[in-house]
Design a protein around this ligand. Structure first.
Ligand SMILES: O=C(O)CCC(=O)C1=CC=C[C@@H](O)[C@@H]1C(=O)O
Ligand SMILES: [Mg+2]
Length: 326
């Protein structure tokens, strides 16, 4: 694949800003720079606080999507979880309703400014509404070791299949994992930030600090690189979104569809948290599944969600700087 020039990237770039239905990790509008190449659309959307070096992987992923396309899938559909942000227990039902059937649910916990009681109430409410769904929590590294153990002990009666990044460091993940086993709590440990933000995405696997890994296409630099990391890690993988439009979701679906094994539902149902999309036929789950297909991007929707001029300029400058790092 001939790499596109900076000028080619610039000339196709369109910046969108899509309102969220529910605030998620502090985000109320999701901004993304869309690129178009010979293989289709790509999405470049590192969160605004990410630096240029970290953002380079996101650009590689967008270029792969638009200039190379994806490897052959081995399955035609992908199971997905519903995602419940750190909302009040009383808001859980409407969030789940937008998702439809949910055989698995990921619940955000350890949000700054909230308490363990808030987390327990939210998880209990999901369990009350969905008595047989598989439940996971995601703390985004928000606990220290004692807080994680206290919380996972308190949440054990709700039968969690795994806890995603309960603590931030790899050493602490390992401690929590071993201590849960010692206490005979069956909740598994999943690594997310320890993969996508680590200098060495394989270290968490080599140090026996997690039972499974969460992989996201954009921060890992593309579908092929993510496939390679999963193969080398030798652990089960859950593919998750970066709060993408249908373009980024389709890259996640392509990864999930080409993994040799896919034992867990993926975190790719996040379009139901968003108010709109760049596609008139968004990649939204149906009955807990997403189809494996290319996104159908609408020029009209790209226009409708066009970012304000100063935000577009900010993204184009960012693109310019990050291209220089590829
Ligand atoms: O995994 C899911 O169910 C949804 C995706 C999701 O949780 C995330 C998307 C984007 C940014 C992250 O902070 C967050 C995560 O931590 O997994
Ligand atoms: Mg996570």
């Amino acid at each position: 694949m001939p790499a596109p020039t900076a000028e080619e990237l610039r000339s196709t770039a369109r910046v969108v800003s899509i309102p969220m239905r529910v605030r998620f990790r502090g985000v109320t509008h999701r901004e993304a720079l869309m690129l178009r190449g010979p293989a289709g659309w790509g999405e470049f959307a590192p969160f605004p606080e990410y630096d240029d070096i970290e953002s380079a992987a996101w650009l590689r992923a967008a270029v792969e999507a638009a200039w190379a396309g994806f490897p052959e899938p081995v399955r035609g559909r992908v199971p997905v979880n519903a995602t419940v942000p750190a909302v009040a227990a009383s808001d859980v039902e409407p969030v789940l309703a937008r998702f439809g059937t949910a055989p698995a649910v990921k619940i955000k916990v350890a949000e700054r400014g909230q308490t363990l009681d808030d987390d327990v109430a939210r998880v209990a409410e999901v369990r009350r509404l969905l008595p047989v769904a598989r439940l996971r929590v995601d703390a985004n590294g928000g606990w220290d070791v004692p807080a994680a153990l206290e919380a996972l002990e308190a949440l054990a009666p709700y039968e969690l299949e795994y806890a995603e990044q309960p603590v931030m460091s790899i050493a602490d993940l390992r401690t929590v994992r071993l201590e849960l086993r010692r206490r005979e709590i069956s909740t598994l440990i999943a690594a997310d930030e320890s993969v996508r933000k680590a200098e060495d995405p394989l270290r968490v696997a080599h140090e026996d600090a997690a039972d499974l890994i969460v992989v996201k296409v954009a921060p890992l630099g593309g579908v092929r690189r993510a496939l390679d990391i999963v193969a080398q890690a030798g652990l089960p993988a859950v593919v998750s979104s970066a709060l993408d439009t249908s373009v980024g979701i389709s890259a996640g679906v392509a990864l999930a569809a080409s993994l040799p094994e896919l034992p867990y539902a993926c975190g790719l149902g996040t379009l139901s948290l968003m108010e709109g999309d760049v596609s008139a036929t968004p990649l939204m789950p149906d009955g807990g599944w997403l189809p494996v297909r290319a996104p159908e991007v609408s020029e009209e929707l790209i226009e409708r969600y066009a970012a304000p001029a100063e935000r577009s300029a900010w993204w184009l400058e960012r693109l310019e700087r990050v291209v220089g790092l590829l």
